[in-house]
Design a protein around this ligand. Structure first.
Ligand SMILES: CC(C)(COP(=O)(O)OP(=O)(O)OC[C@H]1O[C@@H](n2cnc3c(N)ncnc32)[C@H](O)[C@@H]1OP(=O)(O)O)[C@@H](O)C(=O)NCCC(=O)NCCS
Length: 195
């Protein structure tokens, strides 16, 4: 079992559990067709979001494989919710996790996703003791691929039309990062942002 301490602080952000007060700012991006195009869910309503905040997005610690912790990304300077991240514990035996992330489109282009996912990697590798963290990215989602590229992930596979997703065949890029690669990258300053 691993129960992270919250909030998790980065240079410009806090990662913290979601509350019902986050539902309205989340609606801005979770109801946006472009923002949710490549994420597993469709456009969400306010009541969808409130229901999820109270159920599947309320998990704050890892007790067993398949647990997923979803955290709000708060801008420290303003206290505003700018997006959210999720770490899935995919396999206890293989010590494997997977990351997901989404930003309010108005908050993109500032490095916030990269900064938040960097903190999630630390949680996964240092806290939960993972060996490998993966990201599964639609090939067309180039801004998402750039996030994991910046953090030192390797592209491991390109699965051509492997997934029937949102009514079309989707080519998936599989990215991976090992704990030793992450430690070496951290020592070299990978994913560190200028102030
Ligand atoms: C994927 C997603 C989170 C990427 O957002 P993003 O804003 O491009 O990523 P970041 O927040 O890390 O910002 C990085 C960009 O900010 C720029 N930037 C500006 N100031 C910066 C700073 N101080 N530090 C770092 N980067 C900075 C970087 O150069 C980079 O731009 P580039 O990719 O054009 O080179 C966003 O497009 C999104 O929410 N998409 C919808 C949801 C989604 O598809 N999620 C992924 C599913 S797999």
């Amino acid at each position: 079992m691993y129960a992270p301490e919250y909030p998790i602080r980065t240079e410009r952000l806090l990662l913290r559990p979601l509350t019902l007060d986050d539902a309205a700012p989340m609606l801005v991006y979770k109801s946006d067709a472009d923002a949710v195009r490549y994420v597993p869910y469709g456009q969400l309503s306010l009541s969808d979001i409130e229901e999820r905040i109270q159920t599947r997005w309320s998990t704050t610690r890892f007790e067993k494989q398949d647990d997923a912790v979803c955290l709000g990304i708060e801008e420290r300077e303003t206290g505003r919710l700018v997006g959210d991240v999720v770490l899935f514990w995919r396999s206890e035996r293989d010590r494997e996790g997977e990351v997901g992330y989404i930003l309010d489109p108005a908050q993109s282009g500032k490095g916030y996703a990269t900064e938040a996912v960097a903190a999630l990697l630390e949680l996964g590798f240092e806290g939960l003791g993972l060996h490998r963290i993966a990201a599964r990215i639609d090939e067309r989602n180039t801004s998402s691929a750039r996030v994991v590229d910046r953090l030192g992930f390797r592209q491991e596979a390109r699965l051509v039309e492997s997934s029937w997703f949102k009514e079309e065949w989707t080519t998936l890029l599989i990215y991976g990062l090992l704990d030793r690669e992450w430690r070496a990258g951290r020592a070299a300053g990978v994913g560190v942002h200028p102030s």
